[in-house]
Write a protein that binds this ligand. Structure first.
Ligand code: ZN
Length: 188
């Protein structure tokens, strides 16, 4: 798939911290990458969607539910109606990404304000409701502290695959998978 989510961080608040694809924590049983910037505790994350059109109504709630549906719920829980994570949908044009996540990070590697996850309507307007939800689920993974995890094959392809819809289009997988959950376990 041509499009992929990306992480942007506020340079002004990134003192002493390089954000990118962090060190690979990998073994034969687990593989995940961390942003090395995340919420400080495993408190319940409050998520609010701000749908610009009816087509995006419920997407944020659905993406939150994707995480709660998974075994990750034992490590992190997300709920509607709050300001830990907010999501918006706008037409950002032909940018090559369909979703993106913004955060600012403290020197203690914790997010220092509300995390924003955006869907780019230039692409996402052509997606099904499920596809919109999958992309935002991937973005919420970034918001929770997960970085991209490259994967091949259809055995539990992570939702953090760089091309967020690839596990669904190639393998029919639409939920966070084992590596995603092990990554959250390592954080929280
Ligand atoms: Zn991404």
């Amino acid at each position: 798939m041509r499009f992929f989510g990306r992480i942007l961080a506020s340079a002004a608040l990134m003192v002493g911290l390089v954000v990118g694809y962090g060190p690979v924590e990998m073994s034969s049983a687990a593989a995940y990458h961390l942003e090395h910037c995340n919420f400080a505790t495993k408190h319940t994350k409050r998520i609010t969607g701000h749908p610009a059109t009816t087509a995006y109504r419920g997407v944020a709630d659905g993406a939150a539910a994707e995480w709660n549906r998974s075994r990750a719920t034992t490590h992190v829980t997300v709920r509607g109606g709050g300001v830990d994570i907010v999501s918006y949908d706008h037409n950002y044009g032909n940018t090559s990404w369909d979703g993106e996540t913004f955060y600012t990070c403290s020197s203690r590697h914790t997010v220092s304000s509300t995390v924003t996850a955006n869907l780019n309507r230039y692409y996402a307007d052509h997606y099904t409701h499920l596809e919109k939800t999958i992309v935002l689920t991937h973005e919420f993974g970034h918001a929770l502290g997960l970085a991209h995890q490259t994967h091949t094959g259809c055995h539990a392809p992570p939702i953090m695959t760089p091309s967020a819809l690839q596990p669904y289009h190639d393998c029919g997988r639409k939920y966070p998978q084992g590596d995603d959950i092990r990554g959250l376990s390592a954080i929280y």
